[in-house]
Unconditional design. Structure first.
Length: 290
């Protein structure tokens, strides 16, 4: 057994994993990691990336560059041109990121799930009654980004972004172990609500990037602030940005979760089920017929 596989088996033991990633000073550790990861010193960089490779299946073959200034530079790497194929069918919403599909399906009124047996409500997550009504009985897909994945996210369709709402919060780990133990976890963590309107068509799609331990920073190209646990507002940020399908919108500083919401009438594409690994640009949801 390789050293990496042995370490992974140890760390993935549920009790130990939960202890190591949650029963620690999460916000302090997140701030430290934000500072440490940006140190541009070759020895620190090389040792950090080597340690990362011990615990994760890090594949840099599709990265635009292979020499990085820092650990952070590696986390937020760009892709080689053509590394992802974007489904160009106008009736399809594509995955905004690489990820593993978590809980997904139709919203039962205003209730949905973070994991089996762990429900939450739209109001818990969004905090806005108008948004709750917009997505009542709609569809949702939870996409979990692991630490070794490509961490940038992209427009799921041609769309306009007109508002971002930032909700400060905690930095719980969002892995499956924590999702089975911490009720309403997504509703506790730092997150952003990115409101989009499809063009043409006018349907309203909501993207909710949820930050987590060691992450807690969300960078969006179309606003001039970094959203993180020390950001003090304003919480509602009007904006006016247009994106073509597959165009990059922003990134996480590490890895986390994006929840995609669509109104009633949208349906999950064939094969989109809990546990499926998807890549940015692959089919995720289908627009209503007619």
């Amino acid at each position: 057994m390789t050293v990496r596989r042995m370490l992974s088996r140890i760390v993935l033991q549920e009790d130990l994993n939960f202890l190591l990633t949650n029963r620690v000073p999460r916000q302090l550790l997140t701030r430290f990691m934000g500072w440490f990861s940006q140190i541009e010193q070759p020895l620190v960089r090389d040792l950090s990336i080597a340690t990362w490779k011990l615990f994760a299946d890090l594949d840099l073959s599709d990265a635009r560059k292979t020499k990085f200034r820092s650990l952070h530079d590696c986390f937020t790497r760009e892709l080689k041109p053509g590394a992802r194929t974007v489904n160009n069918d106008p009736t399809i919403l594509t995955s905004p990121s690489d990820g593993i599909v978590g809980a997904c399906g139709q919203i039962a009124g205003v209730e949905l799930f973070q994991a089996k047996g762990f429900p939450y409500t739209l109001l818990d997550l969004l905090g806005d009654p108008a948004l709750v009504e917009r997505y009542r009985d709609g569809s949702y897909i939870t996409l979990r980004l692991t630490s070794s994945m490509y961490h940038r996210f992209h427009a799921p369709a041609d769309c306009d972004v007109h508002k971002v709402t930032y909700i400060s919060g905690d930095t719980w780990n969002v892995n499956p172990i924590a999702l089975k133990r911490v009720e309403k976890l997504f509703c506790k963590n730092e997150r952003a609500l990115i409101e989009t309107t499809l063009t043409p068509g006018g349907q309203r799609i909501l993207l909710v990037p949820v930050a987590a331990i060691l992450v807690a920073s969300i960078r969006l190209h179309f606003i001039n602030v970094l959203l993180h646990i020390r950001y003090r507002g304003p919480n509602v940020i009007p904006c006016a940005a247009h994106f073509e399908k597959g165009q990059e919108m922003g990134w996480f500083q590490h890895g986390s979760t994006i929840i995609v919401f669509a109104p009633k009438g949208f349906a999950l594409c064939d094969g989109i089920t809990d546990g499926k690994q998807v890549r940015m640009g692959e089919a995720l949801m289908r627009l209503p017929r007619g």
